[in-house]
Write a protein that binds this ligand. Sequence first.
Ligand SMILES: *[C@@H]1O[C@H](CO)[C@@H](O)[C@H](O)[C@H]1NC(C)=O
Ligand SMILES: *[C@@H]1O[C@H](CO)[C@@H](O)[C@H](O)[C@H]1NC(C)=O
Ligand SMILES: *[C@@H]1O[C@H](CO)[C@@H](O)[C@H](O)[C@H]1NC(C)=O
Ligand SMILES: *[C@@H]1O[C@H](CO)[C@@H](O)[C@H](O)[C@H]1NC(C)=O
Ligand SMILES: *[C@@H]1O[C@H](CO)[C@@H](O)[C@H](O)[C@H]1NC(C)=O
Ligand SMILES: *[C@@H]1O[C@H](CO)[C@@H](O)[C@H](O)[C@H]1NC(C)=O
Ligand SMILES: *[C@@H]1O[C@H](CO)[C@@H](O)[C@H](O)[C@H]1NC(C)=O
Ligand SMILES: *[C@@H]1O[C@H](CO)[C@@H](O)[C@H](O)[C@H]1NC(C)=O
Length: 817
Amino acid sequence: MTFFTVSAFMIYFSISAGESCTKITENLHYSCMGRNLSFIPSSIPSSVQTLDFSFNVLKHLKKTVFPVLSFLQVLDLSRCQIKHIENDTFYNVKNLTTLILTGNPITYFGPGCLNSLHNLQRLVLVDVGLSSLMLQMNDLTKLQELRVGTNNIESISLPPFMSTFREFSLLDLHANNISIIKTDHTAVLREIVRNMTLILSRNPLLYIEPGAFKDIYLRELNIRSAFVSSAAQKAGLKALYGLNVKRLMFGKYRCDYKILLSDANYLDGLCFINFHEVYYYMKEKHDVPVSIFRCMINATIVAVKGGIIREIANVPFYEIKELYLISNQLDTVPGKKLAHLHTLEKLVFTNNVATQIPDFIDMPSLQYVDLSSNQITLTSCCSFFSGTPQLRYLNLSLNPQIGLSIGPFDGLDSLEILDFHHTRVVGMGYLSLFSNLKYLRYLDISYSSITFINIYCFYGLRNLNVLKIAGSNFQGDVARYLFNNLTFLEHLDMSYCRVVELHPSSFKNLQRLRLLNLRGNNLMTIDFLALPNLKQLVSLYVDKNSITSIPLHVLQSLPTNLLEFDLSSNPIDCSCSQTDFILWIIQNQKVLKNPDNIFCKTFSPSSDFRAKDFDIHSCVHKKRLTIVLSVCFVTVVVLLSFLVYRFQFYLQYCCILLRGYRSPGQQECSYDAFVIFSSYDEVWVMNELMENLENGVPPIQLCLHMRDFQAGKSIASNIIDEGIMGSRKIIVVVSQHFIDSAWCRFEFELAQSRFMMERNANIIIIILEDVEERKTKKVFGLHKHLKKNTYLKWSRDPLSNMRFWIRLRKAIIATNQ
Ligand SMILES: *[C@@H]1O[C@H](CO)[C@@H](O)[C@H](O)[C@H]1NC(C)=O
Ligand SMILES: *[C@@H]1O[C@H](CO)[C@@H](O)[C@H](O)[C@H]1NC(C)=O
Ligand SMILES: *[C@@H]1O[C@H](CO)[C@@H](O)[C@H](O)[C@H]1NC(C)=O
Ligand SMILES: *[C@@H]1O[C@H](CO)[C@@H](O)[C@H](O)[C@H]1NC(C)=O
Ligand SMILES: *[C@@H]1O[C@H](CO)[C@@H](O)[C@H](O)[C@H]1NC(C)=O
Ligand SMILES: *[C@@H]1O[C@H](CO)[C@@H](O)[C@H](O)[C@H]1NC(C)=O
Ligand SMILES: *[C@@H]1O[C@H](CO)[C@@H](O)[C@H](O)[C@H]1NC(C)=O
Ligand SMILES: *[C@@H]1O[C@H](CO)[C@@H](O)[C@H](O)[C@H]1NC(C)=O
């Protein structure tokens, strides 16, 4: 495993070889790990205190390798292929407190090389091919730890000068080749400070000379897997008589259940070792009943892990405070066996196969009971603990099923921590069961198959800090009131509860809430956050919900202390209508947990397009484009309306033409001539024109707008239908006023357009008064018309007057066949 990690690192870092080192803390901490470097880069400042130079290529260490780094305290040279270390190597890094040389094939140690490191406290020489502890390091008087695991050391003999190392406290000799320990090997240990940890695990110990450890004081002795055989262990434990050790760790690392042991007394040696804490990693199988605890009765902490123990004998522990029975395949919780133990404070009985809980009788000091990960199936909990009034911690998690009857925690008023997670709890959810637990701080009933029906479920939990109800269900709007009295709550886990909607007042009294976990629900909105009551919130997890967007006002009213906001794995709507929200995501990546997992689900549900990569600018462009297009459209519409208004008559005329143009043959013309004239000339038209034409012989029927136009019809329609189309001829009375009148010009233009379409039609122009030629150009077509065609000119002279009328009449009638 380690090997693979190491090679993975080597491969990974060889890629970035030659790059400068990584700054971990400015001026203080740098890592050059795995850069294939053969020198210390000049980019390392002289103020550096910690330098990780592992996995490089140094081979030959001498003075010139290290620049002057007087503040350097920690130097890691693990696996640098170092073979040779010269006397003056550490001259420039004298102030080192920690030197790590793990995994170098060192063949030569300059005799004085370590001695220049006067301040050295930790020396790590793991796996360097060391064959003896006789190192030249008599000047390292501040040395505290010497780690020389995984070497070929055959003796635990320490150099004599080490007995003066006042602070020395750790000698790690794991995985060496120590097979024999004799009394003279422990001479220095005997003199050394009484506070040392000695690790001898994974050595092939065959023989310990009896009494070799007599009167030695150790803080900890680790002899896990330190013996070649069970027999060697039995003899070895016996040989340790007279040893005083605070914590003794023995047993095995690996499971050895295949080998069956038939020696009932193999732990007898323990009776002659003075220890306070004992950790036995059993991992072996016995076919005879072993009295495991017989020699542990004076210990304060007893832990047995990984054995196959069928039963526990009645043991009169005298001072035991903590008992750990973990993974031992025990089917009974030792309740009766431990009865009347007044000293026991903590019982951890986990990963066993017990199905019931016995009565805990008269155990006044018991505070901590962990029965998690068993096979406990109960219909009625938890009266067994009536003899443990001090119980503060009860862990019944990871069991099959526990039923709670009325008043389940009666007598357990001191409970502070209660854990039922992943244990099916029957009876919770519709009863108020905790009313006496006024000190309860921590309640975990996650994944306990609970449906909350009653809003008073948590009644009485005045001091609850942590509530975990993940995987529960809520009936109706129970969630709205359930937490109302939990004013001390700081941590609420409601993940995976199938919550679709949360009423804003659900958390109204949770002013101290710091963590709210709503992961894996079906929430679409988190509008409840807009209310000011969750001011203290630091962490909010709403990942794996159905949130598509969060309105700006909610984002703006998020708690100011928020440091962690998990919004990942929601179907975020990345459309241009959400630019405020997406901009917020982009700008708040520091607060957002897993911002890389906030994906846009607008395009397709499987899209892995990150919201933070959304191009807001494209939306700005789109917006601009929309505005420009709208403005253009409006302009065009306005322009068109204006044109339509301005030329409405032409349009109407066109419409009429399109409606069906009746050719003059088929047309029943009602008038002989339509007169276009200015109203200023009306007197002349009425008195002269009408008089002369209509009353003459044959009478000519004139169409005069003020007389003949139909009421109620628009003027334009009248002009077209009655006047121009309904008359055979058109008489245009040109005068100064005619030229000035827009209506007249319009009528004339319409008349001309008929003239163009219909050759028969004719326009008869009467010049009533002289008009400047320049002005006639104002009327479209008039100037041209006057040039091309003959026209009649009105004159007051009676002779020419008479000729005028004759010519006019002729003009109207003559072409009228
Ligand atoms: C490491 O550096 C040496 C020269 O310093 C070079 O020959 C070798 O190929 C390098 N190894 C890797 C893995 O880059
Ligand atoms: C060496 O380290 C000690 C503390 O560990 C410090 O007081 C001293 O100043 C350092 N010396 C130099 C030369 O940096
Ligand atoms: C190394 O240093 C020690 C004392 O510091 C000295 O006795 C020894 O001669 C030196 N060896 C070499 C090869 O310089
Ligand atoms: C371990 O020590 C024994 C002698 O006690 C020796 O024969 C054996 O070769 C050593 N093993 C290694 C791996 O050095
Ligand atoms: C014993 O050593 C440990 C570190 O190994 C240290 O924390 C503790 O203070 C020491 N106790 C005494 C009494 O020196
Ligand atoms: C336990 O301690 C008592 C006295 O303190 C002693 O007599 C007894 O031998 C010890 N038992 C074991 C197994 O260490
Ligand atoms: C209860 O035990 C389980 C399993 O051993 C453990 O994971 C959990 O943290 C414990 N609960 C508490 C509150 O310590
Ligand atoms: C909250 O506490 C008040 C006062 O103690 C009590 O009247 C009310 O029933 C409690 N509500 C809930 C839901 O526990």
